[in-house]
Design a protein around this ligand. Structure first.
Ligand code: NDP
Ligand code: 2IT
Length: 445
């Protein structure tokens, strides 16, 4: 890293002690900026870099709620409003016991550049709580969501900050939070949350968008080599929203996904994943991956090791951050993997990214490859503002166009800064320059 960039990174580490995921996300972006700043030194002036790594606002609050047995629990809520240069803060809410300020900050920081890549006028933010929805009844989840929104409501709005889902937050949680927001404000502000139900302002394709987008991004990368997903064996991690619809789109494009996973283990189904069964187990029953294996002859559950031990042509990490380390990358490469498209946020460790890039395979970083989710959220906001609703084909065509544009922007930026084929540099440089140009236009704010 150049001195000027290195200094900014050191300050981030000193100021945000122990927030290792945030440090990691900042390091990756700043490292990419060396050739950008060498060519355009003005991006390092006016403390622009120091401003971009500092959230505009960080909100942390108490979330008390009562379980079905009458016991009171206290969780911690977060909303990090990171950057509003391009539009209202936009980004998901994560409910998972591992959530802390550093995790929400890393996600919020990534979101700034991801949202810039979509070219839809959305700033970057993220939020969530260390609440664990696993094993909780609907009534408990509802009471938690209502308590969470009682505080969050004062900070958000359709032109201010527009949350959505992430790990542990899907249609059910968005519904409970929207109900509480509407009640508190006495106002049907559909555009205050995205990922809503189709009957109350949601958009077709939002459920599918992140997984679909990650596969479309893989397909675009392959097309630069004159190849496609047709006939490819695909290794998928996760069994949630992103993983399920990545599997669906991969199947539609003629590939064969053979794995998925959750925190209890991974499943190998060499005949190809039975998507209807997986949806039944995960979306309807909220079950575990073992429930799939019980009903699917030929599929096996593996509870030790890593899903990345399974050889395949394409890897789609769709679970969580740092789920794919350097050793897993080497194993994947040895198994013949030539494409990685990140459905999750920062699933590959820096060592894994380095291994993929050294091997010269196609590597699509999350902030580009998984941008289809937030892009379709912005399409939902657009429909809400226009009090209109598009059909599935219209929304999907828009998503496909946006993913192609993101891919092409990454390719162009990587070429401009002298590293053709480097999608990490391409995504970071293209996202950064869009935000930075507007921050400069807005003055020192
Ligand atoms: P879900 O909650 O629907 O699914 C998450 C899946 O990942 C579950 O199968 C879960 O298993 C597994 N998982 C989560 N944390 C861990 C962990 N620490 N160890 C092992 N397995 C884990 O979330 P999503 O599918 O929405 O999100 C997945 C990833 O995609 C996240 O990184 C998220 O930030 C990213 N993303 C999501 C978008 C969206 O639109 N939803 C948009 C862009 C990115 P278990 O249930 O056992 O915990
Ligand atoms: O990480 C992400 O981009 C998301 N969880 C989706 C955010 C959104 O606002 O749709």
């Amino acid at each position: 890293m150049q001195d000027v960039v290195e200094k900014v990174y050191e300050q981030v580490v000193a100021r945000n002690r122990g927030e290792v995921e945030f440090h990691q996300a900042v390091h990756e972006v700043l490292e990419s900026l060396d050739p950008v700043i060498a060519k355009h030194p003005h991006y390092a002036e006016g403390a622009l870099l120091e401003r971009i790594v500092e959230p505009e606002r960080q909100i942390m609050f108490r979330v008390p709620w009562v379980d079905d047995a009458g016991q009171v629990h206290v969780n911690r809520g977060f909303r990090i409003e990171f950057n509003s240069a391009l539009g209202p803060y936009k980004g998901g809410l994560r409910f998972h016991p591992s959530v802390n300020a550093g995790i929400i900050k890393f996600l919020g920081f990534e979101q700034i550049f991801k949202n810039a890549l979509t070219a839809q006028g959305i700033g970057g933010g993220k939020g969530g709580s260390d609440f664990d929805p696993h094993g909780r009844s609907d009534a408990e989840v509802m009471r938690f969501c209502q308590s969470f929104m009682t505080e969050l409501a004062r900070h958000i709005g359709p032109s201010t900050d527009v949350p959505a889902g992430d790990i542990g937050v899907g249609g059910r949680e968005i519904g409970y939070m929207f109900g509480q927001y509407k009640r508190l404000r006495n106002s049907y502000d559909a555009g205050v949350l995205t990922g809503k139900g189709l009957a109350w302002g949601g958009s077709l394709v939002r459920t599918e968008a992140t997984g679909y987008g990650a596969v479309l991004f893989a397909q675009s990368m392959l097309s630069t080599k004159g190849e496609s997903l047709e006939g490819k064996k695909v290794i998928v991690s996760g069994a949630g929203n992103v993983a399920i619809y990545a599997i669906e789109k991969a199947q539609q494009l003629g590939a064969t996904p053979v794995t998925f996973s959750d925190s209890s283990g991974y499943v190998v189904d060499e005949a190809g994943v039975d998507l209807d069964l997986l949806k039944e187990v995960k979306e309807v029953e909220r079950g575990r991956v073992a429930d799939y294996v019980e009903r699917r002859p030929g599929a096996r559950l593996v509870t030790g090791g890593s899903v990345w031990d399974v050889p395949g042509d394409v890897a789609l990490p769709c679970a969580t951050q740092n789920e794919l380390d350097g050793d897993a990358a080497v194993t994947l490469l040895r198994g013949g993997c030539g494409v990685v498209s990140e459905g999750a946020n920062m699933p590959s460790t820096p060592e894994a990214v380095e291994a993929f890039q050294k091997a010269g395979i196609l590597f699509g970083p999350g902030k580009a490859a998984n941008a289809g989710g937030v892009a379709t959220s912005a399409l939902e906001m657009e429909q809400n503002a226009g009090r209109t609703r598009w059909d599935f084909a219209t929304a999907e065509a828009k998503l496909t166009g946006i993913m192609t544009d993101i891919h092409d922007s990454c390719v162009a930026a990587a070429e401009e800064y002298g590293r053709p084929g480097d999608y990490v540099l391409g995504a970071n440089a293209a996202g950064f320059t869009r935000v930075a140009d507007v921050m400069i236009a807005h003055g020192i704010v």
